[in-house]
Structure formats: C-alpha cells, structure tokens
Design a protein around this ligand. Structure first.
Ligand SMILES: CC(C)(COP(=O)(O)OP(=O)(O)OC[C@H]1O[C@@H](n2cnc3c(N)ncnc32)[C@H](O)[C@@H]1OP(=O)(O)O)[C@@H](O)C(=O)NCCC(=O)NCCS
Length: 178
C-alpha cells in the first residue's frame, strides 16, 4: 500500500448531518480493536483479527495515516473509512484509490455508512479531481453491495479470489454522490 498522493493531510474534520469524519485519537483505541476483532465485521473480510494480537500491536493511540477517516457519532467512533492507493492485493486496484468501509455492527442499518462514505468521496473528488475510486467486495456481502451501488460504483468485473466471488467496481468523480 502507498500513501494517498499529493493531498494536504489531514483535512479539517468533515461534518455531515449526523457524523464527523476525523483523524484517529487515543480515545478510539477500544473501538478500533472492537471493530477489527468483530466476527460480524470480519465475515466477508477473511475473518476477525485475534483481539490479543490487536492489543499488542496497538499499545497506544491508533496510528493516523493519510486516507484513514474515523467516523464519529456524538463523540464516539462507530466505524472507519479508508481511501488508500493499493499496490498489493488486487492487480485491478494497483495505483488507484480504493474505498474501504468498516462499521461496528450496532451502527448498521441507520444509513451512517452511506452518509460518511459520500462525504469522504466528496472530499476525495475535491482533493484529487478527476481521479476514479475503485472498490472490491464479496458479492455475498449484501450490505456492502447495496452500499457500493448507492455510492455510485459501477461494476467492472466479477472474479474468484480468496475462495469467494469478488465484485470490482469503479466510481468516476463526475458521478454524483448520494
Ligand atoms: C458494509 C457496511 C458498512 C454497510 O452498513 P449499512 O449500515 O448496511 O449501510 P448504510 O449506511 O448504507 O445503511 C443502509 C441501511 O440503513 C437504513 N437507514 C436507516 N436510516 C437511514 C437514513 N437516515 N438514511 C439512509 N439509510 C437509512 C437503510 O434503510 C438500510 O437498511 P437495510 O440494510 O435494513 O436495508 C456494514 O455492513 C459493515 O461495516 N460491514 C462489515 C465490513 C465490511 O464487510 N465492509 C466491506 C468491505 S469492502
């Protein structure tokens, strides 16, 4: 994975109707571990990470990184969004910004992921005009497939990888969000 590119980072916190997208802080540590260790969250992502491993890896505050947004509802983290330029995991995504979204299960079903991702994509379009964003998800991940469509991602291809059918889509910056 590489850094996001020629963008000023971090941006000022991004406020939506209900949420704030911001840098990670020390108070997010427990929620980040909860997120990555959650069996529900990990269902279509190769499984959850062992909690003790996460505790060891993250002795203090979660590390900030260009392209990583913590999604905050009323002062508490409910999820994270990533916009990273990938080099490794899928050849189709190489060199392109890839959207990732992980939300705590108690925050699902309220439209928070859609609201936060739309804001992150708007920020990206402003920061890197004309650059497409790609997205890969398992087709069995119904919630993720619905979200990708809602955000304006268009299917490029489906393929088998990691023992499952994968969906690969692209969103051009001229596609309206929301
Ligand atoms: C993928 C994921 C982010 C989707 O979360 P989500 O909450 O379903 O997504 P949205 O924000 O689009 O919310 C849609 C739901 O909110 C409901 N909703 C409630 N209030 C709403 C509002 N004010 N506005 C919009 N939708 C609202 C919608 O009706 C819909 O409900 P439904 O799922 O029962 O049909 C979540 O399931 C997740 O974190 N999964 C684990 C991680 C993962 O697999 N990520 C994919 C990696 S590529």
């Amino acid at each position: 994975m590489t850094e996001l590119g020629p963008v000023a980072w971090p941006p000022a916190p991004i406020k939506t109707e209900r949420l704030v997208l911001r840098e990670p802080e020390a108070r997010d540590r427990a929620a980040v571990i909860e997120l990555l260790a959650s069996p529900e969250v990990g269902t279509y992502l190769g499984g959850p990470r062992p909690r003790d491993e996460l505790e060891r890896e993250m002795p203090g505050a979660p590390s900030p990184r260009p392209g990583l947004f913590i999604v905050d509802l009323d002062g508490a983290m409910i999820g994270q969004i990533t916009l990273y330029k990938e080099t490794g995991h899928l050849p189709q995504a190489a060199g392109k910004a890839e959207l990732g979204y992980l939300f705590l299960p108690e925050a699902w079903g309220r439209g928070y992921a859609a609201e936060a991702c739309a804001a992150a994509l708007d920020w990206f379009t402003g920061a890197l005009p004309g650059e497409p964003v790609v997205l890969a998800t398992q087709t069995a991940n119904v919630r993720s497939m619905r979200l990708a469509a809602k955000l304006g991602f268009i299917e490029v291809e489906r393929f088998e990888a990691y023992g499952a059918e994968q969906w690969f889509g692209v969103r051009s910056s001229v596609t309206p969000s929301g």
